[in-house]
Design a protein. Structure first.
Length: 258
């Protein structure tokens, strides 16, 4: 899909958090193909610079758990590229621990980056979107927002919170031209999952193939999701003809959830 100057897509400014790698990078690539103005946000200046340079996008180093960093980052993005009309809350992190061994710091980290970060970034744009009468807010929420997984209770709690926020805000924004949706990938072929595989191998003595089998066993298709599959769902939700799609949790998970 491409866009001529002045068309619907080329008039949009999209911000993607965690946009320098993994799912965020795939989303940024897909949105950039349409001619949108793109701002990538993340914590790693090296990764941001490399991905932004390749996509001819802008970038802002932002810690989404820090209110001041978020305010400054979004203010700079608006100054450089105009009002934000599309926000993809993709940045997140997953850590595992048996609940009885989990410490308070892990709990706080998971809620801060996965839930509070989504809240802070959404707060930075929701008012302006509402006033303008248009906006697309897309939260990358994971199947962990729809079901439980053992040993990641803090992550599941945070992602369930993201889905609750999505549904509540969609109702508030329903008459204001702003849609709010969650995209819920299953285990996806990213560096994050590669690190999870390393942890499983180290802690259990499984081979890497056996560890992969454990991760994908709940996916009826028996495979990892490709980041590009998530990106295609996001571009659909951004579209002009998706204005009636709001408050939804759209699973990209091979049939694992519905």
């Amino acid at each position: 899909m491409s866009a001529e100057p002045g068309s619907y897509f080329s008039n949009q400014h999209a911000v993607i958090t965690g946009g320098a790698s993994g799912i965020g990078e795939a989303i940024a690539e897909r949105l950039a193909e349409t001619g949108m103005r793109i701002t990538l946000m993340g914590r790693s200046p090296e990764r941001l610079s490399a991905t932004a340079g390749r996509l001819e996008a802008a970038s802002q180093q932002v810690d989404i758990t820090d209110p001041d960093s978020v305010r400054q980052g979004f203010a700079a993005a608006v100054q450089a590229n105009g009002p934000v009309s599309i926000l993809v809350n993709n940045a997140g992190s997953a850590e595992s621990s048996p609940f009885t061994k989990m410490n308070d710091d892990l709990w706080d980290r998971m809620l801060a980056v996965n839930l509070t970060g989504t809240y802070l970034c959404t707060s930075a744009v929701a008012g302006a979107m509402s006033k303008s009468g248009f906006g697309r807010i897309i939260n990358i929420a994971s199947t962990a927002s729809q079901k439980g997984y053992a040993y990641v209770s803090a992550y599941c709690a945070a992602k369930h919170g993201v889905l609750g926020l999505t549904r509540a805000l969609a109702l508030e924004m329903a008459r204001k031209g702003v849609t709010v949706n969650a995209v819920c990938p299953g285990f996806t072929d990213t560096d994050l999952v590669a690190r999870s595989l390393d942890t499983i191998v180290e802690s259990t003595g499984m081979s890497r193939e056996e560890a992969l089998g454990e991760l994908v066993k709940n996916n009826p298709q028996g495979r990892l999701i490709r980041p590009q599959e998530v990106a295609e769902t996001v571009i659909w939700l951004c579209g002009e003809n998706s204005a009636s799609i709001t408050g939804q949790a759209i699973a990209v998970a091979g049939g694992e959830t519905s």
